[in-house]
Design a binder for this molecule. Structure first.
Ligand code: FES
Length: 156
């Protein structure tokens, strides 16, 4: 015959373990978006003129300060985030690819991961020419399914 007291004790112990695990998970979930939010630019960036990006490549001069990359590739310019999709470190350009110094993820010039642990592509920010300058609006983003939309790139 089952002892009701030990069944209750076990149930109480399981409840406390589950509650503690849930509290830790919630605390961690709360911390990660906060870290990501810190690295989401909120104001437009004047990235200069087209002539400042004279050859194909990844330009990371705004990576640390604004968390934005500029990529010129096959007659297009676009502006991926400089924040790694793995754990939000700031990426940098090296030899025509994008690398993350934290855990060595690599992305191609499109921002698609070619080596993990990152699995998701880099989102892109809205980009357009205004008065001869490249203006990036980080309040409008494009995931990979929307990279062909008009404001996701400048064609030239
Ligand atoms: S944060 Fe970029 S690879 Fe982990």
């Amino acid at each position: 015959m089952e002892n009701p007291m030990s069944a209750n004790d076990l149930s109480r112990r399981q409840f406390i373990q589950t509650a503690a695990a849930t509290a830790c998970a919630c605390a961690l979930c709360g911390a990660l978006p906060a870290l990501a939010d810190e690295k989401v630019p909120t104001t437009p960036l004047d990235a200069g003129k087209l002539a400042d990006y004279a050859s194909d490549g990844v330009y990371d001069q705004f990576a640390k300060s604004r968390h934005i990359l500029i990529v010129r590739h096959e007659n297009r310019i676009y502006a991926p985030t400089a924040v790694c999709t793995h754990k939000h470190c700031v990426v940098r350009a090296k030899d025509q690819i994008i690398i993350c110094p934290c855990h060595n993820s690599r992305y191609d010039v499109d921002g698609v991961p070619t080596r993990g642990p990152a699995k998701k592509p880099l989102i892109r920010y809205s980009i357009q020419i205004q008065d001869g300058h490249i203006i990036i609006d980080p309040t409008q983003t494009f995931d990979q399914s929307k990279w062909s939309e008009p404001r996701a790139f400048i064609a030239f």
